[in-house]
Write a protein that binds this ligand. Sequence first.
Ligand code: SAM
Ligand code: SF4
Ligand code: SF4
Length: 374
Amino acid sequence: MTDAVIPLADLRYAAQVPLIPTLLPPATGLLSDRLGRPLRDLRISVTDRCNFRCSYCMPKEVFDHQYKFLPQTSLLSFEEITRCAGLFAAHGVEKLRLTGGEPLLRKHLEVLIAQLAALRTPQGQPLDITLTTNGSLLARKAQALRDAGLQRVTVSLDALDDAVFRRMNDVDFPVADVLAGIQAALRAGLVPLKVNMVVKRGTNDDQIVPLARHVRDHCGPGVVLRFIEYMDVGATNGWRMDEVLPSAQVRQHLHTAFPLAPLDPTAPGETAERWRYTDGGGEVGFISSVTQAFCRDCNRARLSTEGKLFLCLFASRGHDLRALLRSGHSDEQISAAIGSIWAGRDDRYSELRGLGTAVVGSGERRVEMHYIGG
Ligand code: SAM
Ligand code: SF4
Ligand code: SF4
């Protein structure tokens, strides 16, 4: 089966309307792609808007007051998201991550979380529901999110020093409010909580040890700090390899302050390499998307804010599920289309980048991270 290409009203991102297979095989939960990878993790972008302008993601010069974000009518409704998530669960998805943009900007997000919390895997288990946030609104919303059924949260935090943090978010947002958000999330029971720090050489690499010390001293063992290599996602962040600080160097640097020892992975497809402080001070993670590709186990799909399915963070072309949702197709038809799309997947951008052979479709630009979600 091949996809039909249709013209789009919004040409920012190319997408195809999936063809519905003639036969409609029921979902078995055993779907795998062309490289034998199962489908386990669905990341859902609930908004393309954000109140930060991190230069590695939404640089101010591009995402200024003239930038046209998606209109409300383009966004998937909560009911559409939940319907999709249910179909993905039948195909084997066990984990949902809400992201964006800044997901806490989406009004009444707790209503969506309650709907998602009612979904079950084919074995009758609830899905693991989590959310990635910049933490700016977390102090206000943590308890309501927990009450609605959110289990865990990941907070992005690139510096402990207020001046460095304000420069990184580029909207002069104070770090104290994010730290308060983390404490509120811990009080609400959103644990284990992950803190993600994107490390940019020459920008915030002096924050590695201070942030690690803060998490050890003030957050307790329920919080795991993870260092992320600065990635070449999207087409607007002006990425340069010399600004990437490889995880191996971050780890060596941290090791001189707090000695570390490796830990075994807990799950296949895990993005972070896990290490522990030898003094019992907890665990840290390293996500080395640039220097150590982990495509071989990549079991993640991404659903964009307007319902396009992307098979890789570095894709330039999505599959327009919203078109199917809004044209009266049945669950069986959409499920079969999803199965067929995943079965055809052979994406492994980071591996190919490592081999020096990565390409995007000619004339197409890579999709932005705030649109498909990190
Ligand atoms: N706004 C939320 C936040 O910042 O947590 C959720 C969306 S954000 C796109 C998701 C994650 O992507 C964040 O942890 C962010 O730091 C990470 N990210 C964005 N651009 C990145 C880049 N160029 N390289 C590495 N990580 C990036
Ligand atoms: Fe916003 Fe998150 Fe992107 Fe920063 S990383 S600009 S907080 S979406
Ligand atoms: Fe998965 Fe694509 Fe990242 Fe590889 S580059 S790990 S296939 S999202």
